[in-house]
Write a protein that binds this ligand. Structure first.
Ligand code: AKG
Length: 293
């Protein structure tokens, strides 16, 4: 007889809807309807007001905007989106918000990666709610999300600034055999586990591709930022939602964070060890057979 589906990788559920929770726990992503056309148009107008210029490449505003722009973005996105998003989640709170713009051209590629730890993933799961403000898919050619389904099951090493990426040698293999494209219509939300390996192709149209991301974490989970030092250690700092507005996310050092944030723990930054075969075996754990859950 088949084992019962695994319903949570962390200590408890992320989503309220049981079927969505099973798919999310298994694959590391699930798509849900969220916004109507009017709400999408309003958010697009907010973006154009706050960010009138053009740019190139992939621009997540949490990393590239000024402090004032980040503050305004967080306020307006929390106000408009959290009332719609929160009921989908089992006791979660928002901690960051950003527009994600993929400008036309090859520079907009987002290489395969995992998001940083925002909670201690040995106990909890945090997510990015990625909301399409354009139809996004292979037919549109504007760089939809691509995901290695199940890869959030692979390991629980801390991820943050300067931590080693464990899949360097396997990237080609993963991309060739395991990458699935996740198309989304305007207003749909892809709930993406921070641990799932994902990326996106360049936008090969002549229009920017616009999305929004809201970070959600279990209410009881303290937020963390991981930063590796030069001595092979990863420092886990306690942070709060203001951190994502105040801090320059492109310039994080152990010394800089230690001035303002408590270090709750130091962990070894283990060297990459996973082969493609190990990765495949571990990915399959989410399919109902993992004995530990
Ligand atoms: O919006 C995209 O195309 C990719 C977003 C992403 O990977 C991220 O923000 O971590």
């Amino acid at each position: 007889m088949d084992a019962a589906p695994v319903t949570a990788l962390g200590s408890r559920a992320t989503l309220v809807d049981p079927a969505a929770q099973v798919a999310f726990a298994r694959d590391g992503h699930v798509t849900v309807p969220l916004l109507d056309d009017e709400a999408v148009d309003e958010l697009r107008a907010v973006f154009h007001d706050l960010f009138p210029g053009r740019a190139t490449g992939f621009v997540p505003t949490a990393a590239y905007a000024t402090r004032a722009q980040k503050q305004a973005t967080t306020e307006v996105l929390f106000e408009r989106l959290v009332p719609r998003i929160a009921p989908l989640f089992d006791r979660h709170r928002p901690f960051m918000a950003a527009f994600l713009v993929k400008w036309p051209g090859e520079a907009g590629v987002v290489p395969l990666h995992q998001d940083d730890w925002h909670v201690d993933e040995r106990r909890f799961r945090a997510v990015a709610v990625w909301i399409a403000l354009d139809d996004v898919g292979p037919e549109e050619g504007n760089g939809p999300l691509e995901v290695v389904a199940g890869s959030q099951w692979v390991e629980a090493r801390p991820r943050g600034t300067g931590t080693p990426w464990p899949y360097t040698a396997e990237c080609g293999h993963l991309a060739e055999h395991h990458l699935v494209t996740v198309p989304a219509r305007r207003g749909e939300a892809v709930v993406l586990d921070n641990g799932v390996v994902h990326g996106s192709a360049p936008n090969r149209t002549d229009r920017p591709r616009l999305a929004v991301a809201i970070g959600m974490a279990p209410e009881e989970a303290g937020l963390v930022q991981a930063v590796a030092d030069d001595a092979g250690q990863v420092w886990l700092f306690d942070v709060d939602p203001d951190f994502y507005v105040e801090q320059d996310l492109k310039a994080m050092t152990v010394a800089g964070l230690a001035e303002r944030h408590r270090c709750r723990e130091r962990l070894p930054a283990l060297p990459p060890t996973l082969s493609a075969e190990e990765h495949e075996r571990l990915c399959a754990r989410g399919c109902g057979t993992h004995p530990g859950r």
